[in-house]
Structure formats: C-alpha cells, structure tokens
Design a binder for this molecule. Structure first.
Ligand code: NAD
Length: 302
C-alpha cells in the first residue's frame, strides 16, 4: 500500500514497530503509543508520534485526525498482567478498542485489529478453525474477544471496513522477554546466559509460533482485501511442543544450559495450532518463515 495516511496504535511495541517499518517508506505514518511497554528506540524516524494513552479522548482524536487506515496493535498484550489487574487491562483492551472503532466510524477509516488465539481458550480440537467455540480462559482473552466482536459488529451495523486478525504465538526481533512476554525470548535469554531453561509443566503443551514478518504481511493483505467484516486465524498451521522448542533453542544457540521443569501456569492452554485455510483462501496469506529459520535469525541477531 502507498500514499495512505495510516495510524499504527502501539507502533513503538514489538509487532507495531515492524508494521511501521513496512509502511513508513510509502505512506504517511502516525504512531499512537504511551510507551508503557513500547520503547522509544523502536520508533521509526519517518513516523510521527502521538504520545499518550489511547483511552484519553483528546489523544485519540489527535491520533485519528485525517487517518484513512488504522492498524490497532496497542493493548495490554500480557495475559499475566490481565490476571493481576483485570480492570486496567479491560480499560485499554476493551474500552480503548471501542474508542478506536468509534472514531474510525466517524472518519470512515478501515480498521485492521490485532485479535488473538486467546479468544479460543483451550480449544477442543487442533487445528483451530475460526468457527471453534470461544471460551477464553483469562481476562485478556475476554477483552480480545470483545474487540473481535466489535470488529464484526462495526462492519455489520455501520458498514465500516474492518478485519480482525487472530494472531497465534508471534515471535521475532524486539519482542520483550520476562514473565509478561514471549517464551521464545525468555528461552533465548536463558540459553545465551548459560542459565537453566525453565519449561513450565511437562513441556507437552503445543503452540503455533508465527514470525513477526508473516504477521506484517497478513496485516498488509488485510488492509486491501475486499473480504471485510471477517476474522482470520494468522499462524503457520504447524506446531511444536514447548519441550521441543527448548531443545531447538538450546541447540541453535550452542548453549550448554540444562532444561528444567517448573510449576505449570494455572489455566495454561494445552494445545494451540491454527487452521489457516480461511486466510489462505480469502487473503492469499502464506506463512514464509519456518520456526528453525526464524529462531536462527534471532540467535544470530537477537
Ligand atoms: P507490545 O506490548 O510490544 O505492544 C503494545 C504497544 O501498545 C506498546 O508499544 C505499548 O506501549 C502500547 N500501549 C499499551 N497500552 C497503551 C495505551 N493505553 N495507550 C497507548 N499505547 C499503549 O505487544 P505486542 O506483542 O507487539 O502486541 C501487539 C498486539 O498484538 C496487541 O494487541 C496484542 O494483544 C496482540 N497479540 C500479540 C500476540 C503475540 O504473540 N505477541 C499474539 C496475539 C495477539
């Protein structure tokens, strides 16, 4: 896409900053971010920053003025944080997201929403299609499900062009580590420091890890598709167990770390893998980065 006035909320964060990078050369890009988990050094030099809270009406008005396309990435992206403080998480993920849709309705701007696999809870079967029942197991999942519904509703009720992308487990450069974020970053940090790699539970949980560059491609396809008012799973359609992931990361990084087991996280999801046939058929989405390639890139340049 080119020549558009685009807002990327959360554009100083992990996924948002990669999206901005892909858009900045050919579009007028604005970023709305309060730098709560995002970082100033992630900001693109050609993007304009509106620094502030998405829940503040004046800040949101300023960010949305004159925009014709919105990628809504800003959120409390941490399940753990939503469990600790559901009200704060609701504020940004549910009320904040509704605020974005409402401004977009006034401006008639397309919204591509970062939805999540968390809306499915612990799926009854894998791979998970978009028709799987939604039984979220965390406040975060409930909040993301409400955003996903608002995307559909704003299309059906107001004719707004919306697309919800249900990301599976995203990884790549600039992802934060620690207890609030991605297991891949945590394992890599542990492996590179020669510390024990801590697998929660027996490690038989399976996940569909999708590289951030594929997430960016899915967003660009969603920005132009005619198939709006729809939600799409965005993953690879492949999965790996957490124990296999720990071993792969240890091998690729040449580490001598031990793999140890620690307590399982309450409410942890056992199996998650995307059925991506809908995104393939309607958006022309194909994942391009294998887990081994993606991890190899991170080991060389974390
Ligand atoms: P991130 O924490 O790196 O990015 C979120 C960004 O939003 C940060 O820059 C943060 O500063 C900003 N932000 C948070 N609250 C804000 C507020 N009130 N006002 C303005 N800015 C605010 O997380 P991420 O992994 O890049 O996630 C991006 C989106 O993708 C989120 O909506 C998340 O729920 C969704 N998602 C991520 C994954 C994943 O595996 N990383 C999976 C599914 C869905």
């Amino acid at each position: 896409i080119a020549g558009r006035t685009v807002l990327v909320t959360g554009g100083a964060g992990f996924i948002g900053s990669h999206l901005v990078e892909a858009l900045a050369e050919t579009n007028d890009v604005r970023v709305l971010d309060d730098l709560s988990t995002g970082r100033a050094e992630n900001l693109h030099r050609d993007a304009t920053l509106v620094r502030g809270d998405l829940c503040d009406p004046d800040t949101l008005d300023e960010a949305m003025a004159g925009v014709d396309l919105v990628f809504h990435e800003a959120a409390n992206a941490s399940v753990a944080r939503s469990v600790e403080d559901p009200i704060a998480s609701h504020q940004v993920n549910t009320a904040g997201t509704l605020g974005v849709f409402e401004r977009a309705r006034v401006a008639d701007a397309r919204v591509v929403l970062a939805s999540s696999t968390a809306i499915y809870g612990d799926p009854t079967e894998v791979p998970v299609t978009e028709d799987e029942p939604t039984t979220p197991q965390s406040p975060y999942g409930v909040e993301k499900l409400s955003g996903d519904h608002y995307a559909r509703l704003y299309h059906d009720l107001y004719g707004l062009e919306t697309v919800a992308l249900r990301y599976f487990n995203v990884y790549g450069p600039r992802q934060a580590g620690g207890e609030y974020s991605g297991v891949i970053t945590t394992f890599l940090e542990q492996a590179c420091a020669g510390q024990d790699i801590t697998v929660e539970g027996d490690g038989s949980q399976i996940r569909d890890f999708v590289h951030v560059s594929d997430i960016v491609r899915a967003n660009l396809l969603a920005a132009t598709t005619d198939e709006v008012g729809e939600a799409y799973n965005i993953g690879t359609g492949r999965s790996v167990s957490i124990l296999e992931l720990a071993e792969l990361i240890r091998d690729l990084s040449g580490s001598r770390s031990e793999i140890v087991h620690v307590d399982e996280r309450p409410g942890d999801i056992h199996a998650s893998r995307a059925d991506i046939s809908k995104a393939k058929a309607s958006l022309g989405f194909e994942p391009t980065v294998t887990l081994r390639e993606g991890l190899g890139g991170l080991v060389r340049q974390p």
